[in-house]
Design a binder for this molecule. Structure first.
Ligand SMILES: NC(=O)c1ccc[n+]([C@@H]2O[C@H](COP(=O)([O-])OP(=O)(O)OC[C@H]3O[C@@H](n4cnc5c(N)ncnc54)[C@H](O)[C@@H]3O)[C@@H](O)[C@H]2O)c1
Length: 357
């Protein structure tokens, strides 16, 4: 079989994970590019890949029919448009885009139906969350889980220490806790319980306006803490919280239902279990630990992309439409978050005054 050559656009931290995952697939070859040629060269040497001087070379090389986009969010839409216009398949990192205007451009893409477009919501490949999807999407017509009954509350949490790049903390370059972190949890929550009816930002703040990034103290301006309440089908209250201020990475999903509890985490040292008052759907009464073994989710993600390319099949998840569903939700969150930050109504220090008084 001929090598499948995949172009990488953007050679930062995330690209490295995808390149290593692609290299585990025997007949795949990666060709690296970045607007900073040195970044492509450095990563090519580290991963044993081919590299080119400029991303345009990826688009003019007829032996490359697919690309993986790993650039900052504001560049995603124009790069996807360029890729689709060349008739190529594309995997693009999350979030798909920033604004409904950009989303409209994507809705109008000419030949979406024939080309693979996959968006990088990696939590959908985590086995415990795939199980959660099965549990909560296999419903009665009243929206009750067949196994767990009616969900009564849900919590989606993701926290980390923040980015290695200044752009990840600046509003103007698509950074902040909403784009970097919250979107992952919103996507999971939407997958389980969407579409959402109402959105309420409970708290949004910039708690660390001065950060040490790559050895330099920098002043940043994007939110680093956000707590949102979404109302899902059946009036379910869903709380999504994300931040860039948790020194140790933390992630979990907790859903309470009339019949029991679902707890899941990507972290092997966090609990993942189902508790049921009475046995149901193959689960016994009481607590059942859910252990699926170690699986590299980035490997699963790239395998899914390559599978879709080879099968010429549309992705069964992480489609553009899935991401587009969230664009209006994110816009509403942004509008409310900005108001909260300006007014400081939550008693949280605002962008304007934090660290300057
Ligand atoms: N799914 C996840 O778990 C996860 C984790 C981290 C980052 N991400 C996402 O991945 C994307 C990249 O993040 P990162 O951490 O790799 O950032 P990064 O800053 O480490 O790397 C981005 C690279 O893109 C290059 N670049 C910028 N504009 C470009 C353009 N127009 N053409 C070509 N190259 C360009 C930069 O020079 C840089 O080398 C972001 O969308 C981010 O949200 C996803």
């Amino acid at each position: 079989m001929d090598k499948l050559r995949i172009g990488i656009i953007g050679c930062g931290k995330q690209a490295e994970k995808h390149i290593y995952s692609l290299k585990k697939i025997p007949y795949v070859e990666t060709v690296l590019s970045d607007i900073q040629p040195l970044a492509a060269k450095r990563l090519a040497e580290k991963t044993g890949s081919i590299w080119v001087d400029h991303p345009d070379e990826i688009y003019t090389d007829d032996s490359i029919r697919s690309v993986v986009i790993c650039t900052p969010t504001p560049t995603h839409v124009s790069l996807i448009e360029k890729t689709i216009a060349r008739g190529m398949d594309v995997f693009c990192e999350k979030p798909l885009c920033d604004t409904p205007e950009e989303a409209k451009r994507l809705q109008n893409l000419p030949s979406q139906s024939e080309q693979v477009i996959l968006i990088g919501y990696v939590y959908r490949y985590v086995p415990i969350f795939e199980e959660g999807f099965r549990l909560f999407r296999e419903q009665t017509i009243d929206g009750e889980s067949l196994v767990m009954g009616k969900p009564v509350s849900a919590y989606f949490r993701l926290g980390g220490r923040g980015g290695h790049q200044v752009w990840k903390h600046m509003r103007g370059s698509g950074g902040g806790a909403i784009n970097e972190m919250l979107v992952h949890m919103l996507d999971l929550a939407n997958w389980y319980f969407g579409p959402f009816k109402d959105i309420e930002v409970i708290s949004c703040s910039l708690r660390c306006p001065a950060r040490m990034i790559n050895g330099e103290m920098v002043e940043v301006n994007a939110e680093d803490f956000i707590l949102v309440k979404c109302t899902g089908g059946n009036g379910l209250e869903i709380f999504c919280q994300a931040d860039l201020i948790s020194p140790a990475f933390v992630q979990y999903v907790e859903v309470q239902t009339e019949k029991g509890t679902f707890m899941g985490s990507i972290q092997s040292d966090m609990p993942s279990y189902i508790f049921l008052k009475e046995g149901s759907g193959g689960y016994s009464a009481g607590k059942t630990e859910l252990r699926f073994g170690q699986r590299n989710v980035f490997d699963m993600q790239m395998l899914h992309f390559v599978y879709c390319i080879l099968k010429r099949g549309l992705p069964d998840k992480n489609r553009v439409e899935d991401s587009l569903q969230l664009i209006e939700v994110i816009r509403e969150i942004r509008n409310q978050a900005d108001l909260k930050l300006i007014s400081g109504k939550q008693g949280v220090i605002t962008y304007d005054t934090y660290g300057r008084d």
